[in-house]
Design a protein around this ligand. Structure first.
Ligand code: AP5
Length: 236
């Protein structure tokens, strides 16, 4: 049963029980919203971008293969990403569901994920499509700063930290992602258009897509995401 708090806000059930997928172009707000939703349900937030950046930081073989590709703003090959994801969802914290951010990104990844979810006995996923016009994305991406410690996401234009360069939560240093430069943003957007946007039609055909206006404020988007997730769980 859906519960409502004193202020009338929707409160989620204890477990997510399935995968939630955030779909949308770079800068649409996938990471921002996926973190919030994951926290609300106590589910793991699985960002393939973060996982790959961690591999790069640790100098693993996967990281070394991914680094030049990511710095050009292209997609890392499915063969590398799929193994990484399959391995991650084997972990115990995924048993009650998880929130994907940046995965799947190609039709092949989506098909593979579909099989993986069936094998693990999960219901069909909930797909949240964050819809936004391209001109807004440049400001969001060039203004983004991320905490090196806890990964909290800021924006120097719209969501600045209280103290410049420091995270409000843990005082960690804020950094700018190397692929948030104007030269790399263009190929990232183009990779999205060519390789990821076909997933919108793919998931629509499967009846799993929930479209949300991502140009609204973080709180408004958050509320709509939660309502979509709650209604999808009631109907599927
Ligand atoms: P990844 O890390 O996934 O990056 P991305 O998809 O390009 O998305 P971003 O993280 O840039 O944006 P976002 O939508 O999460 O926005 P955010 O919430 O941060 O991938 C990086 C690279 O890794 C790829 O290019 C590829 O090479 C590789 N990769 C990753 N996954 C892969 C896969 N599955 N297959 C192959 N390759 C893969 O928000 C952005 C900014 O906007 C922030 O400053 C935030 O504060 C602000 N903001 C957010 N929401 C709002 C709002 N409602 N109003 C105002 N500001 C907002």
């Amino acid at each position: 049963m859906e519960a409502r708090g004193a202020a009338g806000e929707v409160r989620p059930q204890e477990y997510l029980d399935r995968a939630v997928i955030f779909l949308g172009p770079p800068g649409a707000g996938k990471g921002t919203q996926a973190k919030v939703l994951a926290k609300q349900f106590g589910a793991p937030h699985l960002s393939t971008g973060d996982m790959l950046r961690e591999h790069i930081e640790h100098g693993t073989s996967l990281g070394m293969q991914a680094q030049p590709i990511m710095s050009r703003g292209e997609l890392v090959p499915d063969s590398l990403v799929l193994k990484m994801v399959a391995h991650r969802i084997e972990r115990r914290d995924c048993i009650h569901g998880f929130v994907f951010d940046g995965f799947p990104r190609t039709v092949a990844q989506a098909q593979y994920l579909g099989q993986l979810l069936v094998e693990h006995g999960f219901p069909r996923p909930i797909v949240i499509h964050l819809v936004i016009d391209l001109p807004l994305l440049m400001k969001r991406l060039t203004g983004r700063r991320v905490c090196k410690v806890g990964g909290e996401i800021y924006n120097i234009f719209d969501r600045p930290p209280k103290v410049a360069g420091r995270c409000d939560n843990d005082g960690g240093e804020l950094m700018q992602r190397v692929d948030d430069s104007e030269e790399v943003i263009a190929p990232r957007l183009s990779a999205y258009e060519k390789q990821t946007s076909p997933l919108v039609a793919y998931y629509k055909r499967l009846g799993l897509l929930h479209q949300i206006d991502a140009a609204k404020s973080v709180d408004e988007v958050k509320q709509q995401v939660l309502e979509s997730v709650m209604s999808a769980r009631r109907t599927h």
